[in-house]
Design a protein around this ligand. Sequence first.
Ligand code: CA
Ligand code: CA
Ligand code: CA
Ligand code: CA
Length: 157
Amino acid sequence: MPSKSRFKNKRPGADKNGMRNHFLLCFIVLSVSLSANNQVSSDENGDGRADTWTVFEEGRRQTVLYDSDFDGQVDFALKYGKNSQIVEQQQDFNRDGEMDDFYFFENEVLVRREMDTNYDGEIDIRVYLKEGIYITRYEQDTNFDGEVDKVKSFEAQ
Ligand SMILES: [Ca+2]
Ligand SMILES: [Ca+2]
Ligand SMILES: [Ca+2]
Ligand SMILES: [Ca+2]
């Protein structure tokens, strides 16, 4: 195998400065802090407390957590798929620290919504949708015992 000259066009000094400037610019403009677990936090409202956290996996943005009312507790989250499209949206509607309203997307179209309407940590309503707006199936656990007891299907017509 012929050996390639890997250092032919390399300018170590320029590369190093470029990286340094890029890092400094990111740090100043975004005012973010990098932690060991690939999570970047930022203070969007400038009150000195972090309110937005972006979790990266293998270099891509996987989840963004938001404290939308700035009370120090995460209450909204977006999850991203491999193609950077949103695959899931979560919300803590009653602000008790547990997510209770979930939206699932396929190719940026809403396909399912799941809700914990009594805030006991268990999903009790599932709604399946077609084309983002047409309900094809509705499932509910009306007495919150973990068993679906009400089903409406709109598919067979
Ligand atoms: Ca803040
Ligand atoms: Ca909050
Ligand atoms: Ca909740
Ligand atoms: Ca529930």
